[in-house]
Write a protein that binds this ligand. Structure first.
Ligand code: CMC
Length: 431
């Protein structure tokens, strides 16, 4: 006998409404309120979407209580250890791990699209030299719609595919060039004999006068940082990409919107803010002062790299990141890095503190990533562009899923209006 569909009952005054309850593969049930306004003439109120599922998705699942992150069902720690970024890209985009031939073809395809239209060089040069690389990335990615007209028609699946590959392939070049421009060095062109992470490192650190020998351990660490940031279900920037795309905007405009959203310190900008905070703390004896400030509600200061909307346990990405930090600093012979010492002691003290325990605030992905990137030689301003580069595949996978969904309609939230009621205009002399 088939199970009776689950429903929820909502009583408003003396009227009762029955709402369908949808059961996901994993995670809590979801009350379907799509017909609520038509039936009951009410809206729901949920600023910050703390209890609202904005879409259905098959890509990524997070169990915040367990500290679990799955991409297409595969745990992130397994992917970080056994897979690599381009394979994870394939998995996110197409739903399954590739066969050896599929992987080879995919890697070759991405590698062949790493160059930028040469006229984009002029576009880069138009920025002020001291522009933040995130400002450059937002502008340049948005401008791709002006350079790649043949992949902006979102109703054509082939054009969507071309735009996806172009974005994943060109993002390292864009991020590296944003960096090169900011330090006044010539742009370094991609090289097709290098893997994705090595190519990025070389485009950042080589100069015409001297090539950059890519250390395989650093390249592996870079690749792992990309893998750990690849997707994270319906976070603020991904929801921004989906909302922008719901109007039918072109893919480059939508990804530029995602980059702009990611920049904020509560989201991707936290990696830069976290390293700056660790440096400001400077020595372990100053940690208690900063922990007290983070707990003080009259002080806007927060411990950057701590807390998460969904994780109420360790962010599984932070665990892998910490391990990677040990490896990279060990390789570079800087185990006694004072910033790492401050980070480890801050983590220990915060996790023992009743405030952080009660609120279930744990280190997130941004807590240790900055230490690795700093050791590799990146300035703090490049941390968020690296996050954007890696998250592009997540944004694109979610964007493709949304466009292919027949239920796709323009995103248009409602509001709880608490302003003035209709009133008559008064002439300026009477005010
Ligand atoms: N330091 C001190 N207190 C905190 C922190 C923190 N880092 N994070 C949350 N709290 C407190 C907050 O004050 C609030 O207290 P109360 O209940 O007394 O008002 C409670 O914990 C819940 O916080 P919230 O702001 O309501 O939670 P949220 O889900 O809206 O915010 C967050 C999540 C990530 C924005 C927040 O934890 C935060 O600002 N963390 C620091 C920035 C950061 O590391 N962001 C990176 C997130 S992971 C990567 C990414 O998304 O890009």
């Amino acid at each position: 006998m088939a199970d009776t569909p689950k429903t929820a009952k909502l009583t408003i005054a003396d009227k009762e409404f029955e709402l369908p309850v949808l059961s996901p593969t994993a995670g809590p049930d979801v009350i379907d309120i799509r017909k609520l306004y038509a039936q009951a003439d009410v809206f729901t109120y949920d600023p910050g979407f703390t209890s609202t599922a904005s879409c259905d998705s098959t890509i990524t699942f997070i169990d915040g209580d367990k500290g679990e992150l799955l991409h297409r069902g595969y745990p992130i720690d397994q992917l970080a250890e056994k897979s690599h970024f381009l394979e994870v890209c394939y998995l996110l985009l197409y739903g399954e791990l590739p066969s050896a031939t599929e992987l080879e073809d995919f890697e070759a395809l991405v590698t062949k699209h790493t160059m930028l239209h040469e006229q984009m060089v002029m576009f880069f040069r138009g920025f002020r030299r001291d522009a933040h690389p995130m400002a450059i990335m937002t502008g340049v990615v948005g401008a791709m719609s002006a350079f790649y007209h043949d992949s902006t028609d979102i109703s054509d699946p082939h054009q969507r595919e071309v735009a996806s590959i172009r974005l994943i392939a060109k993002m390292p070049t864009i991020a590296a060039w944003a960096y090169k421009f900011s330090i006044g060095q010539p742009f370094v062109y991609p090289r097709n004999d290098l893997d994705y992470a090595s190519n990025f490192l070389r485009m950042c650190f080589a100069v015409p006068a001297e090539d950059y020998e890519v250390n395989p351990i650093l390249s592996r660490a870079m690749d792992r940082i990309f893998t750990l940031h690849a997707d994270h279900e319906q976070n603020a920037s991904t929801s921004t990409v989906r909302l922008a795309s719901s109007s039918g905007a072109n893919p480059f405009a939508c990804i530029a919107a995602g980059i702009a959203c990611l920049w904020g310190p509560a989201h991707g900008g936290a990696n830069q803010a976290c390293l700056e905070m660790l440096r400001e703390i400077g020595t372990v004896d100053r940690i208690p002062e900063f922990i007290e400030r983070a707990k003080d509600k009259s002080d806007p200061f927060r411990l950057m790299g701590f807390g998460h909307r969904v994780y109420k346990n360790f962010d599984p990405r932070a665990k892998v990141m910490k391990q990677s930090a040990d490896e990279v600093l060990g390789l570079l012979g800087i185990e006694n890095n004072p910033t790492l010492q401050v980070a480890m002691e801050l983590e220990r003290l915060a996790l023992e503190d009743p405030y952080f325990k009660e609120k279930k605030l744990y280190p997130n992905v941004d807590f240790y990533s900055g230490i690795i990137l700093d050791a590799m030689g990146f300035p703090t301003a490049m941390f968020t562009p690296i996050f954007a580069l890696a998250r592009t595949v997540g944004w694109i996978s979610q964007w493709k899923e949304m466009i292919a969904d027949p239920q796709n309609k323009i995103g248009r939230p409602r509001q709880l209006y608490i302003g003035e009621n209709a009133r008559d205009y008064t002439d300026v002399e009477q005010r």
